[in-house]
Ligand binder design. Structure first.
Ligand code: SF4
Ligand code: SF4
Length: 295
């Protein structure tokens, strides 16, 4: 069953507000200018009635409807949400009701597809965090989810085999001000985002993890990175040679391949449009390369 609410509001201690406002700069992070942001969330809560009496369109920088939801300033969220106004949706007052109501990040979709045990494992990575750290895309949970469902499942499975606890009582989570130091609370999987990039490595790393396990990848990381770079150059060369002014091209994300592979093609080879029907050739090329690596 899909449970989208859990990632947004995992417990009473915190919530995520990363997607507010929905017209935000995608590079902006909740941990940027945190003192100013905290002050704003407080005043938005205090001044709600004043703002409702004099509503105005929001900018990509901030929204007057975003504030602390409780007096303890633990959870942060939309003060205009219908759940707070007996079913009346006041988000239209900001000018972006449609975008607000439909904002849903990829991490939440990935999280919703996980089993209960896998979700608990993920949420344990954020035990003790406040809403700012929890909302940040720099925290281990959001970084892990960027690798997509199958990689999370491989990690949870390996962790369970290695005896890493996933119960809610597990105290191995990351405290807000120890985010960097405590990154090994992921059980040593932080190399995925510290040394690799899900856009380039999501597809290849998963293939290797499924065949040989993530430990194999971890211990052969330099060799893997060399192979990946070589593979990307080879693919770029092969595909570019095929492209003439008469070649029918198709956007990489529309090819019949996994999303992670289309990311590799886009961000690795820098070819955002590829010859129609090249899927088989791409997959065969990658398989041949990986076979030599996995020997
Ligand atoms: S960014 Fe994702 S997890 Fe956070 S509130 Fe929005 S949909 Fe929920
Ligand atoms: S109106 Fe609510 S949902 Fe929309 S940006 Fe503001 S706080 Fe977020």
């Amino acid at each position: 069953m899909l449970n989208l609410a859990t990632l947004c509001f995992p417990d009473q201690e915190k919530s995520c507000f990363y997607c507010c406002p929905p017209i935000r700069d995608p590079e902006a992070d909740p941990l940027d200018a945190i003192v100013e942001k905290r002050r704003l969330l407080r005043s938005n809560r205090q001044d709600l009635q004043k703002n409702l009496d004099n509503p105005h369109e929001i900018s990509g920088e901030e929204c007057w409807g975003l504030g602390f939801l409780d007096d303890q300033e633990k959870q942060t969220g939309c003060l205009l949400h219908p759940l707070r106004h007996q079913g009346s949706d006041l988000r239209h007052l900001t000018g972006y009701q449609f975008k607000c109501a439909n904002a849903l990040c990829r991490e939440a979709l990935v999280f919703a597809e996980l089993s209960e045990v896998e979700q608990k494992f993920c949420l344990n990575l954020c035990r003790g965090m406040d809403s700012f750290n929890y909302s940040s895309r720099r925290n281990p949970l959001m970084r892990l989810l960027a690798w997509d469902k199958e990689m999370v499942q491989v990690i949870v499975c390996e962790s369970l085999e290695n005896g890493l606890k996933v119960s809610p009582d597990n105290k191995t989570g990351v405290h807000s001000n120890k985010l960097q130091k405590s990154s090994d609370s992921t059980g040593g999987y932080d190399f995925l985002w510290q040394k690799l990039d899900f856009r380039l490595d999501g597809f290849l790393a998963l293939m290797i993890a499924k065949q040989k396990g993530l430990n194999f990848l971890r211990h052969n990381l330099d060799d893997y990175i060399r192979l990946r770079d070589d593979l990307i150059s080879g693919l770029r060369e092969q595909l570019t040679l095929q492209i003439t002014s008469a070649t029918p091209l198709i956007p990489a994300h529309k090819l019949k391949i996994p999303l992670s592979l289309s990311r590799l093609l886009k961000f690795g080879t820098d070819l955002w449009e590829l010859p129609s029907g090249c899927e088989e050739q791409v997959l065969q090329y990658i398989e041949n390369k990986l076979t030599t690596f996995s020997l």
